[in-house]
Design a protein around this ligand. Structure first.
Ligand code: XMP
Length: 286
């Protein structure tokens, strides 16, 4: 879009408060330096987190996040229109990177297929939204999008970046999303990804992340009993994200990650590795 319509394209990254550690800064830097895109970061974290307060149901979380994204985009669109009033330019369209699996899994077709989960960018949209959608990738799978990216000369590390869902850590924190839970999930995820990169295996898997489970487990630290939370690590290999197998780490890698998380992340005393394929499990836990 940047190449097609130049300065009439406005790139906005909404910080919803459930991004990974330093994510807004990293995305800002890669898009600005990597692609020459003038990206505005909008910090809407308080707005998102106050709406998510007390909500545990995964589908409700997704809809709240999807709706709030649109509200923020519409508000920013109005601001941009005011700022460029003399030119008479209207902000009419919202460009989204929706992929085909988001559509298939969000929509219940006639017949046996049910809504698996409402992807925030499909079923989570506002019913009365003013912006019209442009979704150039809507009929493509991830591997096809990557082939297209390479063809367009987009840097390899951007093309091969693991996907990160719009609802972010909110669907990786099972149960209520609070600032304390975000801090734990963020720290654990950061250690996992850091080690994956340090071991040079990032490109061998399709997606990896840590989920924070809504249970407490008993542990022992020194001569004290602990009663703390559990982190589940998940890493998958897939081409289309419709089916996936779990990635076979070496045991010594898992030992390093587990001991780092337990030692460095306060509030966690147990780490488990998710060995479920999709189906029947989905990639995300919610
Ligand atoms: P699941 O959990 O459905 O995930 O097996 C398949 C892929 O989709 C991503 N995902 C989402 N992406 N909004 C997004 O932008 C969403 O609501 C959403 N839900 C899942 C997930 O990370 C995986 O790559």
């Amino acid at each position: 879009m940047h190449e097609a319509i130049g300065h009439r394209f406005h790139a906005i990254l909404v910080d919803n408060g459930v991004l990974r550690l330093n994510e807004a800064e990293i995305v800002h830097e890669t898009l600005t330096k990597g692609l020459g895109i003038d990206l505005t970061v909008i910090d809407a974290s308080e707005e998102f987190l106050s709406k998510l307060k007390g909500v545990s149901d995964p589908e409700k979380k997704r809809k709240i996040i999807g709706n709030t994204f649109i509200e923020v985009f519409e508000r920013e669109g109005d601001k941009l229109e005011k700022a460029t009033e003399q030119s008479g330019a209207k902000i009419e369209f919202l460009l989204q990177g929706t992929l085909y699996p988001d559509v298939i899994e969000s929509i219940s077709f006639k017949g046996p297929s049910a809504t698996i989960k409402t992807h925030h960018n499909v079923g989570g949209l506002l019913d009365d939204m003013k912006l019209k959608l442009i979704e150039p990738l809507r009929e493509l799978f991830k591997d096809e999008v990557r082939a297209l990216g390479r063809l367009m000369g987009i840097p390899a590390d951007l093309v091969m970046r693991h996907p990160f869902p719009g609802p972010g850590l909110a669907i990786r924190i099972l149960g209520e999303v609070t600032p304390e839970q975000i801090a734990i999930a963020r720290a654990a995820d950061n250690i996992f990804i850091q080690e994956i990169r340090a071991h040079g295996i990032y490109d061998r898997m399709s997606q990896a992340f840590a989920a924070l489970l809504p249970v407490r487990a008993v542990g022992v630290m020194g001569d004290q009993r602990t009663y703390e939370q559990v982190i589940a690590l998940r890493a998958v290999e897939t081409t289309d994200f419709m089916t996936a197998t779990w990635y076979e780490f070496e045991a010594k890698f898992l030992k390093v990650v587990s001991s780092r998380i337990i030692n460095e992340v306060r509030g966690v005393n147990r780490v488990v590795y998710d060995v479920s394929t999709k189906p029947p499990a989905t990639i995300e836990w919610e």
